[in-house]
Design a protein around this ligand. Structure first.
Ligand code: NAD
Ligand code: UFG
Length: 336
């Protein structure tokens, strides 16, 4: 029996593949390499001594997905594959809806055809929209403010409807907060194309001299120091949450959404100062206007993950920043 990991050469996928291989699982990775390369799997092999099966395929390609399911004895799917840049999604909505929503529909159709009905899906805290007050709880109303967020919300609706229609499905939708950090080896990490949109890769690239300075988007929010507060979670803790979720699928009849965060909020300036402390490098920054669509504070209530998955975040902010810095300083140009 194998686990199929869509998007397994990407940032969160590659860290999860490491944990699965270390746990002795058989892993089949499908990725179209639109935002990654197989170099991450070379590094996964360096870390674990094992190489997962890799198939270059697009999840929208039904024939290719059918070939995967007929070739390998797939038992469970962890579905990471998707486009994820919020700003880009507002410029290219059709590509985002097609890739994320159609891709998921094709995957689900093929899973159904092959009677594979266990799924862990990569959702996002973005589904809480802008009106809920943190700590965010799974029972709160959901909404979306951009096409990327809409795709995550639509997919969650599809998963709930599917599970309601057929009791054989067991689905967990993990709502990630802000994944950062890298594997402790420094061999794999986040490798964004072009100028990073997210805070940590941006700060890390300032630290290695690839970018001149950080723009801090707003210092007049109602937060500890006026800058935005988020729930940063170490990518390896996030990876282990997937293993716990796979194990918990046997307890799930239907579809469940579960937050994966630490429950702690950290501001932009706290991140900048911590990065300076850990790396010894000064991070040049300027205060800039607020970024449209941003909200002041987002952090999780992580009780359900703690109780239902028996999962707790084990790594603190020092670990997250130290591991980000190790990855970035050892690989200033990513996998190149
Ligand atoms: P990533 O871009 O590093 O990984 C996604 C992978 O999916 C890439 O390797 C890409 O090549 C692949 N992919 C995209 N479309 C595909 C398709 N049609 N067919 C096959 N492969 C395809 O991103 P990540 O940060 O590892 O994110 C993984 C998942 O987690 C995504 O679904 C993302 O939306 C979700 N998520 C990420 C964050 C975050 O901050 N990183 C937060 C919440 C949710
Ligand atoms: N920030 C800056 N400067 C930057 C980048 C970010 O000040 O150059 C600030 C933002 O304003 C925010 C914080 O840093 O206060 C974190 O921003 P990120 O872009 O790293 O993360 P977001 O919380 O905005 O977005 C992330 C994911 C989205 C997801 C969202 C909600 O990138 O995909 O969390 O889960 F939708």
């Amino acid at each position: 029996m194998s686990l199929l990991i869509t998007g397994g050469t990407g940032y969160i996928g590659s860290h999860t593949v490491v944990e699965l291989l270390n746990a002795g699982d058989d892993v089949v990775v499908v990725d179209n390499l639109s935002n990654s390369s197989t170099k991450s799997l070379d590094r996964v092999e360096q870390i674990t001594g094992k190489r997962p099966v890799f198939i270059k395929a697009d999840i929208c390609d039904k024939q290719a997905m059918q070939d995967v399911f007929s070739t390998y004895d797939i038992d469970t799917v962890i579905h990471f594959a998707g486009l994820k840049a919020v700003g880009e999604s507002t410029q290219m909505p059709l590509e985002y809806y097609h890739n994320n929503v159609t891709g998921t529909l094709v995957l689900l159709d093929v899973m159904k055809q092959f009677d594979v009905k266990k799924l862990v899906f990569s959702s996002s805290a973005t589904v809480y929209g802008e009106h809920n007050v943190s700590p965010l709880v799974e029972s709160m109303p959901t909404s979306a403010t951009n096409p990327y967020g809409q795709t995550k919300l639509m997919i969650e609706h599809i998963l709930f409807d599917l599970a309601n229609s057929d009791a054989d499905w067991s689905i967990i939708s993990l709502r990630y907060f802000n994944p950062i950090g890298a594997h402790v080896s420094g061999l794999i990490g986040e490798n964004p194309n072009g100028i990073p949109n997210n805070l940590l890769p941006f700060v890390a690239q300032v630290a290695v001299g690839r970018l001149p300075q950080l723009s801090v988007f707003g210092d007049d929010y109602d937060t500890i120091d006026g800058t935005g507060v988020r729930d940063y979670i170490h990518v390896v803790d996030l990876a282990t949450a997937h293993l716990k979720a796979v194990a918990a699928l046997s307890k799930v009849n239907g579809c469940m959404a579960i937050n994966v965060g630490t429950g702690n909020g950290t501001s932009v300036l706290q991140i900048v100062n911590k990065f300076k402390e850990v790396s010894g490098v000064d991070i040049a920054y300027q205060i800039s206007p607020r970024r449209p669509g941003d909200i002041a504070t987002v952090f999780a209530n992580a009780d359900l993950a703690n109780e239902f998955l028996h999962w707790h975040a084990e790594r603190d902010l020092d670990d997250m920043i130290r591991d980000t810095w190790r990855w970035q300083s050892q690989n200033p140009n990513g996998f190149e």
